[in-house]
Design a protein around this ligand. Structure first.
Ligand code: KIV
Length: 272
């Protein structure tokens, strides 16, 4: 079903907060390079996340941990050159903000200065509170990320649903309220029960963007390569695939191989 889209010249962090206040859902997708970001921006996405999932889908690592700050800046600067309407949020990678608030600020400043991104995202609640405050004090907008936080995968041991137990759910709700209180402009909630996500979204006035967090939140985010069906081994319940690009690209590339081998390509009109 096609829904009437409101026209915005440029999405800002304030636009997102207004969208929540007006009951307008927020659309967010990842992108890591210029060509894809141009398509995503042109299609009307509100927020482009230069996610550290680049570590998985672009670099082929098993986890998000290996990607470096320099690599994130490279991806983000390519995306920023393509994004004329969307707000660009850039992930602070593992190891660039956990050790102390000064390092967190230095990393966030490098992202803003060297990539031209519009804001940063980082994972965690009370344990990264001081780092977030330091970044916010420098005038850099921060998006939080709670629930399944992939940079902590070795602590969790599994990518299963988080906060099913009461204690973890209560801590998550407290963390979300704290993130709002100190000034974050939005929060990603990843892979938590839909009822808990609803409770969080109703408890704060900043937008809650869900991935595997059900429908009662203020917006949704997916990894671009997953929703386009370019990846085909990753099949979580929350993922809706809009294309089967893995299959379609394989067919196209096989056809090209056949055409080269059979000398069908190039033909008369494809030469000088
Ligand atoms: O890195 C990423 O793509 C993310 C999304 C899954 C929210 O953080």
């Amino acid at each position: 079903m096609s829904v009437a889209k409101k026209e915005y010249k440029r999405i800002t962090v304030k636009t997102l907060v207004d969208m929540k206040a007006n009951g307008e859902k927020i659309s967010m997708l990842t992108a890591y390079d210029y060509t894809m970001a141009k398509i995503v921006d042109g299609a009307g996405i509100d927020v482009i996340l230069v996610g550290d999932s680049a570590s998985n889908v672009m670099a082929g690592h098993e986890t998000t941990l290996p990607i470096t700050l320099d690599q994130m800046i490279y991806h983000a600067s390519s995306v920023v050159r393509a994004a004329h309407r969307s707000l660009v949020v850039v992930d602070l990678p593992f190891g660039s903000y956990q050790s102390d608030p000064k390092e967190a600020l230095r990393s966030a400043i490098r992202i803003m200065k060297e990539s031209g991104g519009h804001s940063v995202k980082l994972e965690g609640g009370k344990e990264v509170k001081e780092s977030i405050k330091r970044i916010l004090n420098a005038g850099i907008p921060v998006m939080g990320h709670l629930g399944l936080t992939p940079q902590s995968i070795y602590k969790f041991g599994t990518y299963t649903v988080r906060a099913k137990e009461e204690q973890e759910a209560e801590q998550l709700l407290e963390d979300a309220k704290m993130l709002e209180r100190i000034g974050c402009f939005a929060i990603v909630l990843e892979k938590i029960p839909a009822e808990l996500a609803k409770q969080v979204a109703e408890s704060v006035s900043i937008p809650i963007i869900g991935i595997g967090a059900g429908p009662h939140v203020d917006g949704q985010v997916l990894v671009l390569h997953d929703m386009l069906g370019m990846t085909h081994e990753f099949n979580p319940r929350f993922l809706r695939r809009y294309l089967s690009m893995y299959d379609e690209m394989t067919t196209a590339i096989s056809q090209y191989v056949d055409d080269v081998k059979s000398q069908d390509f190039p033909n008369e009109s494809e030469q000088y």
